[in-house]
Write a protein that binds this ligand. Structure first.
Ligand code: ASP
Length: 332
């Protein structure tokens, strides 16, 4: 882990009184670069190009709020994220929290799967020193790029003791969201993140950090982190959707491949995006009954929004899948 210079000139010594914040870079649009012909609009950009040091250099003033340590964990488009990344990030956060006198962590991430990583970390980590994920909708050099401000705000939240003990947070567009509530609600709008009916936990702006509510919902299952170097056996948890004409063919194909041993790991659970409050086409239901009989866990969730009540209260389908994957890890 390096304490990297962020500009070419002589660097003023960081104020030793400032909180110490770790910034973990993973890529995403926030680290994206557009071709020269479309730099201003950002059209046709490639995600996950710039290093975390370059992102911080574009957020002037951030060093007045925290002493920063930087670590580039990976540099990817978050569509390509994997459960292995969740474990890697969780270990880095745990190691940072174990150091004396440190404040929080920021994770720069692509917006597409931010909610999955945020919720996985929420399940894996004890509530404690702040862990704040941030992203952007425009690549780094686009006009009005939102990344530098989001990163600046994320560092301020991570450095603030008021953000501790609230679980993993997401900071974007001046709002502070809880990992279990946040989702990407729009593919392109600059304020793409929302927390549904619950709304954000708070706000970060010129007036500083202000929380307006407590995090809600049952505490997530918290499996122990596998030891570094261990190759955890992830379960296979697939998503299927009920829709007009859903005949269950994809479920039967998964079952057949599992039985034949050609699908590895074999199917362990299905998260089914159901219509209405969680209803399923009768033909798909017949295939799901076959899955249940074969020992596959079937969890139906509404395709219109998060679950209401029960074990998965407030979680959307991809987060229910995260939780089932982590439960499988706990059992492995
Ligand atoms: N595809 C990008 C990613 O998730 C989108 C973004 O970051 O806004 O990495």
């Amino acid at each position: 882990m390096q304490d990297t210079p962020m500009h070419d000139g002589p660097r003023p010594a960081p104020d030793p009184q400032l909180p110490r914040v770790l910034v973990l870079g993973t890529g995403g649009t926030i680290a994206g670069v557009a071709p020269q012909s479309s730099t201003a609009t950002g059209a046709g950009y490639t995600a996950g190009v710039l290093g975390v040091e370059q992102l911080l250099a574009a957020a002037p003033g951030v060093q007045q709020h925290a002493r920063l340590q930087l670590l580039q964990v990976c540099n990817i488009d978050s569509k390509d994220a994997s459960p292995g990344l969740w474990l890697q990030l969780a270990r880095e956060v745990q190691a940072w929290r174990a150091r004396p006198g440190v404040a929080g962590c920021v994770i720069t991430h692509g917006s597409d799967t931010l909610e999955e990583t945020a919720y996985a970390l929420d399940c894996l980590l004890e509530p404690g020193a702040p862990v704040v994920l941030t992203a952007s909708m425009l690549p780094a050099a686009a006009l009005s790029a939102d990344g530098p401000r989001n990163l600046f705000d994320a560092v301020r939240v991570a450095a603030d003791p008021a953000a501790a003990g609230r679980g993993v947070l997401c900071v974007a567009h001046g709002r502070v969201h809880a990992a279990r509530d946040v989702s990407k609600e729009h593919p392109a709008r600059i304020d793409a993140f929302g927390s549904g009916e619950r709304g954000p936990l708070g706000f970060i702006g010129a007036g500083g950090l202000r929380f307006t509510r407590q995090a809600a919902g049952p505490a997530p299952a918290r499996p122990a982190l596998p030891a570094p170097g261990a190759q955890p056996a992830w379960a296979r948890v697939e998503l299927v959707c009920s829709h007009a004409g859903a005949d269950g063919a994809s479920v039967r194909a998964l079952l057949a491949a599992s039985r034949a041993g050609t699908l590895q790991p074999p199917l362990q659970a299905l998260v089914v995006l159901g219509t209405g409050g969680g209803t399923v086409h009768e033909q798909l239901q017949a295939a799901l009954d076959e899955a249940t009989a074969a020992g596959v866990r079937v969890q139906v969730v509404p395709r219109t929004g998060p679950c209401e009540g029960g074990e998965f209260d407030g979680l959307n389908a991809v987060k229910v899948r995260v939780q089932l994957l982590l439960q499988g890890l706990a059992l492995a």
